[in-house]
Design a binder for this molecule. Structure first.
Ligand SMILES: *Cc1c(COP(=O)(O)O)cnc(C)c1O
Length: 374
């Protein structure tokens, strides 16, 4: 069976983990954490990066830093992973689900304004499949209405919108290094702090609500509990693993892009004949080959396609159950406006195997199975 995803290791992970152990620090915020954070700051241009143990954790930090209190509303797409909403629900926030636009399956900027009430605190965008959200109208709207913009850039490593790295345009951005993403550390993530006013508090929230970071820098003379927080930082073993991946991040992305492009050109004729729709990347965006998906004509075709691929030995999958229709989404959130694209497209989307090391012949056989089924 050809898996849907196969986590890639560069070969240097063990070496750096050994170095971390020998350096005598396996708890967090050691040399590898600092190296990774500096790399993120230099690569993305963010003001401050903090490693976290997941993107979920980074989003939970966002909810604290945004000052979400019970009853506060947070506008977000329904078509996303559960953590986008759950992080805010943990603080008592109410997710307000809006529709996606059909070209990139990202939040529809024109649906946001109608969802704003006096309780709205923030807008959370999700850069689906590593293709950037159209940020400019959203940043302009948020500025005009005094709302914080938070980017769920879980899928966005090394991708950009108008030359700006995904995760660096809102006040805060969250990245994921989960093994299903491009750059991985098993579980892992990072918070990008783009609004410098949030940086001091972010460090405190990150280290259990203490001023430990400032104390070790010598900025304060007492190490004590000063705010709410949790243990959001990963240990050095995870950071050491991640450092090996960061060193190869460009090469990993390039190899994924090769597979992505092979699929993309192979399905051009089927798209022209109206049998399937391929992903769209607007000219002002650079994607990172996080995902190769197709939109089939109907749910029936998708069901048949996934079954046929499994019978032929290839794992293809779909996602997401739109959050507004999930049990928890219905309990904790509400919708605004029509969610017709969310409901239609989520029922027709199929994701094909894409990982570093999948060979051209396998990709070609998957393509042949797909074309035979459409
Ligand atoms: C993967 C993913 C997450 C969660 O990332 P973790 O690092 O597993 O917590 C959140 N949002 C989106 C859009 C994702 O794809």
């Amino acid at each position: 069976m050809i898996p849907f995803n196969k986590p890639y290791a560069t070969g240097n992970e063990f070496r750096y983990i050994e170095e971390a152990i020998q350096a005598g620090q396996t708890a967090g915020n050691g040399q590898f954490t600092k190296r990774c954070q500096k790399w993120l700051e230099e690569t993305t241009g963010t003001k401050r990066a903090l490693l976290t143990h997941s993107c979920t954790a980074a989003l939970e930090m966002c909810a604290i830093l945004a000052g979400i209190e019970p009853g506060d509303e947070v506008i977000m797409p329904s078509y996303t992973f559960v953590s986008t909403a759950n992080a805010f629900v943990l603080r008592g926030g109410v997710p307000v689900f809006v529709d996606i636009e059909p070209s990139c399956l990202n939040i529809d900027p024109t649906a946001i304004e109608a969802a704003i009430t006096e309780k709205t605190k923030a807008i959370v965008v999700v850069h689906y499949a590593g293709v950037g959200v159209d940020m400019d109208p959203i940043l302009e709207l948020a500025d005009r209405r005094g709302l914080m913009v938070i980017e769920d850039a879980a899928q966005g490593a090394l991708a950009s919108y108008k030359g700006r790295a995904l995760g660096t345009m809102g006040a805060l951005g969250a990245l994921s290094f989960h093994e299903t993403k491009n750059i991985i550390s098993g579980e892992g993530g990072a918070l990008l702090i783009n609004d410098p006013k949030l940086a001091d508090r972010a460090e405190i929230v990150w280290e259990k609500g203490t001023n430990r970071s400032a104390f070790f820098r010598g900025d304060v003379d007492k190490y004590t509990w000063v705010d709410v927080g949790s243990s959001f930082l990963p240990g050095e073993v995870v950071a050491a693993f991640l450092w090996a991946q960061f060193e190869d991040a460009r090469a990993i992305t390039d190899r994924r892009l090769e597979v992505w492009r092979r699929y993309h050109s192979a399905f051009a004729d089927a798209e022209a004949a109206g049998r399937v729709r391929r992903p769209i990347t607007p000219a002002d965006r650079v994607h990172n080959a996080h995902m190769y998906y197709l939109l089939t004509e109907s749910l029936d075709v998708r069901t048949r396609l996934i079954k046929r691929l499994r019978d032929d030995g290839y794992m293809a999958v779909f996602h997401y159950v739109p959050l507004h229709s999930s049990p928890a989404g219905r309990k904790f959130g509400r919708t605004s406006g029509s969610l017709e694209y969310t409901e239609d497209l989520s029922a027709r989307l199929v994701r094909l195997p894409l990982w570093v090391g999948i060979d051209d012949a396998t990709v070609d056989r998957i393509v042949a199975s797909v074309l035979d089924t459409l």
